[in-house]
Design a protein around this ligand. Structure first.
Ligand SMILES: *Cc1c(COP(=O)(O)O)cnc(C)c1O
Ligand code: SF4
Length: 341
């Protein structure tokens, strides 16, 4: 679709979001100083030596600005702070609990479920969420350049059963618009692809990423588009985030959110209820609430199933059905995500 590629205005000036992306907070000391956190009083202050070496600190400044100074329990800080709890080893944790490497069909393409494939469209994220199930993922080996994508595009073209293509990552919106426009156009021109889905945390952590240009790319797609944001706590949504989300909705995408249930972040009924209502104010409906996967380095976030079910009962008793996310877990080898009743 040439129109799509042509609508991308070439500019030598980095855009605002690109400046923010190249100026992330990467030094834990800087984050501590910005938030005026007292390191003597809290056990969380000790850093993860191993965890940080594997998965460095990355926090966009607009996200840090929504944290409450002086509060070690801040739900946004908890999601990005590399405490020494990450270095705790446990037999129940592993590097690849989802066995994703088994589902790699062609470079950058995973297929686990009928009718839909997932492309690891970008090799990095704007933020490093400490609970990330892909924190050990070898993006360098799994993110093709434009030329290498041809094998995956051919795979989709040759399989008429594939009706939905999911751009995930890393974070697909961490890539620039011209690459994104190119990849979207490659997928959009395959006649049997009915839906293109984008999974991204960028509208939440750097809302400036949702530019007019990005919105016009979405609205020009022939396929239906679904945009899944990733927000875990209502405090992540400020006025700018809300405007960005509304702009995506306005561009014609169905807008949904997935969250992860995280101990110390959002394992409280009132947080989950407010998350749903705040998302709805921003034109977003809740989709999934994931139980965290048992990945090395993330044990301190795990909420057990019986606690999760109790929380969901409370959420259900306070909200209309359309604001209740589906509680799911991922079990390798299943033909869909596992719903917990
Ligand atoms: C989660 C996931 C999907 C999407 O599943 P839905 O239930 O349709 O949201 C697709 N492919 C892979 C590899 C996934 O992990
Ligand atoms: S944005 Fe998603 S993929 Fe990236 S670090 Fe966070 S949870 Fe992981």
């Amino acid at each position: 679709m040439q129109t799509l590629a042509l609508s991308v205005i070439k500019s030598d000036q980095p855009e605002k979001w690109q400046e923010i992306l190249s100026d992330l907070i990467t030094d834990p000391k800087e984050l501590l100083a910005d938030l005026k956190l007292d390191t003597t009083a809290n056990p969380l202050a000790a850093l993860a030596a191993k965890g940080l070496a594997q998965f460095p600190l990355k926090v966009p400044r607009p996200f840090a600005a929504r944290m409450e100074p002086g509060n070690w329990d801040d739900p946004l800080l908890r999601q990005v702070w590399p405490s020494s709890l990450e270095d705790v080893e446990s037999d129940s944790l592993s590097l690849d609990p989802l066995q994703e490497t088994h589902f790699n069909k062609t470079p950058g393409l995973l297929q686990k479920y009928h009718g839909r494939v997932l492309l690891t469209a970008a090799p990095h994220c704007a933020v490093h969420c400490r609970y990330c199930f892909r924190r050990h993922f070898d993006y360098a080996a799994n993110t093709p350049g434009r030329r290498e994508w041809s094998e995956s595009i051919a795979y989709i073209s040759e399989n008429p059963d594939i009706s939905e293509v999911i751009l995930s990552g890393g974070d697909p919106l961490a890539a620039g618009d011209s690459y994104l426009a190119w990849l979207l156009a490659e997928v959009d021109r395959i006649p049997h692809v009915e839906t293109i889905r984008i999974h991204s945390r960028l509208p939440i952590v750097i809302p400036q990423r949702v530019t007019a240009q990005l919105c016009s790319m979405l609205s020009e797609l022939r396929s239906k588009s679904v945009f899944i944001t990733h927000c875990n706590h209502p405090q992540e949504i400020d006025g700018e985030v809300q405007a960005a989300l509304k702009a995506i909705r306005h561009a014609g995408s169905t807008l949904l959110n997935q969250a992860v249930l995280l101990k110390g972040v959002n394992n409280y009924a009132d947080s989950l209820i407010k998350l749903s209502t705040t998302l709805f104010q921003s034109d977003v409906l809740p989709y999934y609430l994931h139980l965290p996967d048992r990945v090395t380095g993330t044990g301190h976030f795990i909420v057990n199933e019986s606690e999760a079910l109790k929380l969901m009962a409370s959420v259900r008793s306070h909200l209309p059905g359309y604001l209740v996310p589906q509680l799911v877990r991922e079990d390798p080898g299943n033909n869909s995500k596992t719903r917990l009743a």
